[in-house]
Design a protein around this ligand. Structure first.
Ligand code: ABC
Ligand code: CA
Length: 476
């Protein structure tokens, strides 16, 4: 079943235009609101890079033809401004290039998730929309009347209103109309058979009525996760009755508040970031967990502390659910709001020895070795083993994850009672980074938190092999 396959993945979210060009030119411009030349061929060239990071799936930008030319918000280098659903975005390459990309991924045992936009098309400016330029929805009565969303607390308004503003507005499709739905069902089914996609991310999903999704997901026959951009777990959780997975915005907001500012107490993180989410979603093991994406300021635009960042990243990689790494996170990018958070990755020279790259790679390989040892890892929820104002520690099938939001100054020792997860009263544990060992005495484990870092104490059975090199001492 494809949901089980996806639970084991680590997804790398990339913006096709910003990830890699046909040829490397590290001096090429890397900022702004215009196409900068990233392509599907470019992605193929960097699959080794992704594999050394440990990611096993990629999420690419929407692939269909967008409008051409400048608007008040630049060009659609991000791919979200559809003009023609039946053609590809030629800036990203040809149909063959896209097929090559998916084939190359599959050869490596990797998966491809495509971003799809069904909520709207695009229209720049304030004059009347010329619907005839759209394909196939080329008449006004395929769209809701032009009226911007005014009240985000009114779901009817959120679903039928238009996104955007007078600079660039997004004509809202009548997704409730049966001809529109029929088109999309056939469209997605054809896309999947032509390009062999393994998953899709549905853009603006909270702006489409829920009843649209079950037949759409069914027609696609692939893993589906929806963008429900909302911090409330009850609101977002409701969507899991209509599609298998959603992007975990409730966790995102808690991570930012816990590890950035105002740094809420860990008690609150445990309640809101763990328990409330479990309470409101039918299955947390398939949510897509992230710390950054293309719509929010990067973590390092708000916080400089590497220790806090590593803790937050560890939370996305080891909490219930599927980790998503946003391209550039591994290079410690620090752009703020859109478009600054969409830097060309080439400025990093694709360095696989940078500090964050090695840390993230270590986390990911650790997760994968845990899954390899025990296939139940993905299905089993984490279990609280310690909680105080600055530390929340949990156990999950072979690993102890100690999250601390005290920052890099923190040095403290906690005592963990091992009886709830280990039968062996003198079990030995090894740290994932330093490889140093500690041993429980009478089911009690003393764990020293140094520099506020998350320390991974693993059960040693044979020997635990973490592929990446040891990276301490850490530049804090
Ligand atoms: C362009 C410019 C921007 C400019 C903007 C007005 O217009 O680039 O600089 O600020 C694409 C492009 C964007 C472009 C837009 C609009 O199109 O990528 O660059 O912005 O032309 C998805 C995609 C996104 C994409 C689109 C459109 C949708 O991921 O990349 O944008 O296809 C809303 C939508 C969400 C959408 C997001 C950008 O806007 O719901 O689907 N993302 C609140 C609302 C959200 C809202 C969010 C951001 O703010 O609830 O609905 O997202 O505006 C918490 C609450 C949250 C709240 C936050 C702010 O606070 O719990 O609910 O979120 O406490
Ligand atoms: Ca809509």
């Amino acid at each position: 079943e494809y949901n089980d396959t996806w639970r084991k993945q680590v997804i790398y979210q990339l913006l096709t235009d910003r990830f890699a060009r046909d040829e490397d030119d590290f001096e090429h411009p890397s900022q702004g609101r215009t196409y900068l030349g990233g392509t599907w061929k470019g992605v193929i060239r960097k699959l080794d890079y992704l594999q050394s990071l440990g990611c096993t799936a990629i999420w690419i930008s929407p692939i269909v033809k967008n409008i051409e030319g400048q608007t008040g918000y630049g060009e659609p280098y991000h791919g979200y401004w559809t003009q023609d659903f039946t053609k590809l975005n030629s800036h990203f390459g040809t149909s063959e290039d896209l097929q090559d990309l998916v084939n190359n991924l599959h050869k490596r045992g990797m998966l491809c998730m495509v971003d799809v936009v069904v909520n709207h098309m695009v229209h720049p400016g304030t004059e009347a929309v010329d619907y005839s330029q759209f394909n196939p929805f080329n008449q006004a009565n395929d769209f809701h009347p032009w009226k911007y969303i005014q009240d985000y607390n009114n779901q009817e308004d959120v679903v039928t209103g238009w996104l955007g503003d007078n600079c660039v507005n997004l004509p809202d499709l009548k997704t409730e109309k049966s001809s529109v739905r029929k088109f999309f069902q056939k469209w997605i089914s054809d896309l999947v058979s032509t390009y062999k996609f393994d998953g899709m991310r549905i853009d603006t999903a909270k702006h489409v009525e829920k009843s649209f999704f079950p037949p759409f997901v069914k027609a696609a026959k692939i893993f589906t996760t929806g963008e429900i951009f909302h911090g409330n777990p009850k609101y977002a959780g409701a969507y899991q009755n209509y599609m298998p997975s959603v992007i975990n915005f409730p966790l995102y907001y808690q991570l930012r508040e816990t590890f950035s500012s105002p740094r809420i107490p860990m008690f609150e993180y445990y309640q809101k970031g763990v328990l409330d989410i479990r309470h409101n979603f039918r299955d947390t093991t398939i949510l897509c967990n992230f710390l950054e994406n293309h719509d929010v300021p990067r973590f390092f635009s708000q916080t400089q502390d590497n220790a806090l960042a590593l803790n937050a990243i560890a939370a996305t990689i080891f909490s219930d659910g599927i980790p998503v790494i946003y391209y550039g996170q591994e290079q410690r990018f620090s752009g703020g709001d859109d478009p600054d958070n969409r830097e060309g990755l080439w400025v990093s020279k694709y360095d696989t020895t940078s500090f964050l790259f090695e840390c993230i790679s270590t986390f990911i390989h650790l997760r994968q070795s845990l899954i390899a040892k025990d296939p139940n890892f993905c299905a089993l929820l984490s279990q609280k083993i310690y909680l105080d104002k600055r530390v929340y520690a949990f156990y999950r099938t072979g690993v102890l994850v100690i999250l601390c939001n005290g920052g890099k100054q923190t040095r403290k020792t906690i005592i963990v009672d091992t009886s709830s997860f280990s039968q062996n009263p003198t079990q030995v544990y090894v740290d994932a980074f330093s490889k140093s060992r500690i041993q429980a005495t009478e089911k009690k484990l003393n764990i020293t938190i140094k520099y506020g870092l998350p320390m991974y104490r693993l059960k040693v059975n044979n020997d635990f092999d973490v592929t990446s090199s040891s990276i301490l001492p850490v530049p804090l």
